[in-house]
Design a protein around this ligand. Structure first.
Ligand SMILES: NC(=O)c1ccc[n+]([C@@H]2O[C@H](COP(=O)([O-])OP(=O)(O)OC[C@H]3O[C@@H](n4cnc5c(N)ncnc54)[C@H](O)[C@@H]3O)[C@@H](O)[C@H]2O)c1
Length: 326
């Protein structure tokens, strides 16, 4: 049995990744840890144990059981990261250093996989690859980059850093604060889409594509993914073309598009999918992308509560911080 620890297992990605890894690897046993800001979303079963805890409360002993750690914990949304900077700094950086000092000398751990973000590229005019100079804008992306640098410097445990594009797709911890999911929801239920800015380029990553890439990285026996950074995603587009593409694929009728040229979101970057292609060499990327958008559309269409407050990251952290972190 390969024993895997997923920190942040109940989040948007974790709620898809946990069943995905169990389904595709009969020899995996997964333990999840999450503070459950968005509830508990994975079903417990013989091969999945769960602890509702702050990852900072885990003792050094706790980590002795695992071979692979997948770290998905972050306050992972630009506006949410700015709500209480001290809280974000602690969750996304200082407590990660404490985590690292607990695990760095443990011989049982063969891999630490950290989920960073392509938003570290900020506003960048050239086609980005892993060698491009990051220019992070928000506190969230600055801390992603800061922790990446720490991991690269320390190298006590083989690491893999995945810089994900903006995620989309269905999850039992649904997020409608990410572009494609929001556009689809608003097209279906409001018959209107508001485009902010619109010309900014963005790199997108289907959540199941991220899961498959993690799966390949975990099972990489050749070690080519050790101590490396990978940009991970399946397509680039600007927000105006994205809305047009979604309308064409889903064939939703009578949708009004409102275009607000001013936006506070200054990010714009286009990322080469070369690394994603190397890791996932059997995928037809444009067909996969179209199918993934249609699959997401079908799932959102049957969401019984698409406007639940819990499905917006900013609202959940706002309530939590007002209550506990004055
Ligand atoms: N969603 C995206 O578009 C996107 C894009 C790029 C990178 N990423 C990265 O992928 C990872 C997962 O993102 P996501 O969209 O699933 O985010 P998410 O907010 O849905 O999941 C994060 C999980 O971490 C948990 N958590 C937060 N603080 C914790 C703590 N102190 N102790 C234990 N658990 C804690 C939350 O309860 C949540 O379930 C993050 O590292 C994020 O930076 C996400």
């Amino acid at each position: 049995m390969t024993k895997i620890l997923i920190l942040g297992s109940e989040g948007f990605l974790g709620s898809v990744l946990t069943p995905y890894l169990l389904k595709n690897n009969v020899h995996f046993e997964i333990t999840g840890v999450d503070k459950c800001f968005f509830g508990m979303n994975n079903k417990r079963n013989k091969k999945f144990k769960f602890y509702k805890k702050d990852y900072n409360q885990l003792s050094k002993n706790f980590f002795q059981k695992f071979e692979i750690i997948i770290d998905l914990v972050n306050i992972s949304n630009d506006p949410a990261s700015e709500l209480n900077k001290r809280f974000t700094y602690q969750t996304n950086y200082t407590n990660k250093l404490k985590l690292y000092s607990k695990i760095k000398n443990l011989k049982n751990i063969s891999r630490y996989i950290y989920m960073s973000s392509c938003s570290v590229y900020g506003n960048n005019k050239n086609l980005i690859n892993e060698k491009s100079k990051p220019k992070p804008i928000s506190l969230y992306s600055k801390l992603c980059l800061k922790y990446e640098k720490y991991l690269k410097k320390n190298k006590k445990i083989p690491f893999t850093i995945m810089r994900l594009g903006t995620l989309y797709g269905w999850s039992d911890r649904m997020r409608y604060d990410i572009a494609i999911n929001k556009i689809l929801r608003d097209m279906i239920y409001l018959k209107k889409v508001e485009i902010l800015g619109g010309t900014q380029l963005r790199f997108f990553c289907y959540n199941k594509f991220a899961c498959e890439t993690i799966n390949k990285i975990i099972n990489d026996k050749s070690k080519i993914t050790f101590n490396k950074i990978f940009n991970v995603g399946n397509f680039n587009t600007n927000i105006i073309n994205l809305s047009k593409k979604i309308l064409k694929l889903t064939k939703v009728k009578n949708v009004s598009i409102f275009h607000e040229t001013n936006t506070i979101d200054k990010r714009s970057y286009e990322v080469s999918i070369k690394s994603s292609k190397i890791i996932n060499n059997n995928i037809n990327f444009s067909k996969f992308t179209n199918n993934s958008i249609i699959e997401t559309f079908k799932n959102i269409k049957i969401d019984k509560k698409p406007f639940l407050k819990k499905k917006i990251t900013l609202s959940v952290y706002k309530d939590y911080l007002n209550k506990y972190e004055k």
